[in-house]
Design a protein around this ligand. Structure first.
Ligand code: PHE
Length: 339
């Protein structure tokens, strides 16, 4: 029996040392120490021993049990360490590795120009207001002195949603909304998208951007209009820029003008950008028509004002020498990355 116990101790020791997994160790524990294990089986035979032998064998059996338990604990500990080491190995952090770069987006050229415009006009004391892109016929035309069936409607090929609702064809609608809501003095700009049923080509898009401006107060004259617009043109195109006011027609301004700036590309000699004329048309403007003021409850005998509408896309195209307006709307990152 003594021999048997020594035998168990030796084989168990070896088996435990060679165990390769936690599960294997657990199996060995059951095999040797479990209720139906080898050691237990031997202890069951102790009844047949003599009174002298029994304590000796009993002590040995306890020792064997103790050493097997110790071996299991030791091997378990080793395995835990090995597993930890392996994990640490796998998760090594290489701090010399280049980090992942995050790509930062940029502003669309339209927004760059728009932000500049807002800066310029805010510095001259203008508020920035917003207006809806889906407008009523009333705000877009009627209140701007363009009654139904008036031939001036042909100037702007309009998208109708129904008889009274349209996609605004001009930010001028915001003039009316502002004058309805506020009393003079008024000094506002309203940037936004406008829509016209145009065929798409290199210079036309059915969606484009305008910035409306409106000033209403006592004693506002054409001189104020010229001063503000000249200042704006010089800030956008440079100090040397010349500004030309040509007589024009808009139903909601009287007199009306179109404003050209000397071509920043050729300095006025004539080139591809200005189509040889030396000038680039950038906006329409004029003195607010008395009918428009009156309709908004402002007495034209007391107050006067001027308004202008700047083509933002045109500004972006000439500033950045963009050859095709479609590039502004295609949103190809290879194009957008250049700004
Ligand atoms: N709304 C006009 C257009 O789109 C421009 C304009 C605005 C003209 C304000 C005069 C005054 O053509």
């Amino acid at each position: 029996m003594k021999q048997q116990l020594e035998q168990i101790r030796a084989t168990a020791q070896l088996a435990i040392e060679n165990a390769k997994s936690v599960q294997e160790i657990e199996e060995l524990r059951v095999k040797y120490l479990g209720k139906k294990g080898e050691l237990t089986a031997i202890l069951k035979q102790m009844g047949g021993l003599s009174a002298e032998e029994r304590p000796v064998i009993g002590q040995l059996a306890n020792e064997v049990r103790g050493s097997i338990e110790a071996a299991i604990a030791e091997q378990g500990e080793k395995m835990k360490k090995a597993a930890l080491n392996e994990k640490l190995q796998k998760e090594t952090l290489d701090i010399t590795m280049p980090s992942k770069t995050t790509k930062q987006g940029g502003l669309h050229p339209i927004n760059i120009v728009l932000n500049d415009l807002i800066d310029i006009f805010q510095s001259m004391g203008f508020d920035v207001v917003d207006g809806p892109e889906v407008e009523t016929d009333y705000y877009n035309f009627e209140a701007l002195n363009v009654p139904a069936d008036h031939p001036a409607r042909d100037m702007q090929d309009t998208f109708f949603l129904n008889e009274n609702t349209i996609l605004r064809s001009q930010t001028s609608a915001a003039q009316i909304r502002t004058m309805e809501q506020r009393k003079p003095p008024i000094k506002m700009v309203c940037p936004g998208r406008v829509f016209r049923a145009d065929e798409v080509d290199a210079t036309h898009s059915p969606v484009f951007h305008q910035m409306e401006g409106l000033v209403v107060d006592k004693g506002i004259t054409m001189c104020d209009l010229k001063g503000v617009l000249e200042q704006f043109a010089k800030e956008i195109y440079g100090e040397d820029t010349k500004v030309k006011f040509r007589p024009s027609f808009f139903p909601f301004t009287e007199p009306s003008v179109e404003v050209d700036v000397s071509c920043s590309e050729c300095g006025g000699k004539g080139c591809r950008v200005c189509k040889g004329s030396g000038w680039i048309e950038i906006l329409g403007a004029g003195m607010v028509h008395p009918n428009v003021l009156r309709r908004c409850g402002i007495d034209p005998e007391v107050y006067s004002g001027f308004a202008f509408g700047i083509g933002i896309d045109r500004l972006a195209i000439t500033r950045y020498k963009i050859s095709d307006i479609r590039l502004l709307f295609e949103n190809d990152v290879r194009f957008l990355e250049q700004f």
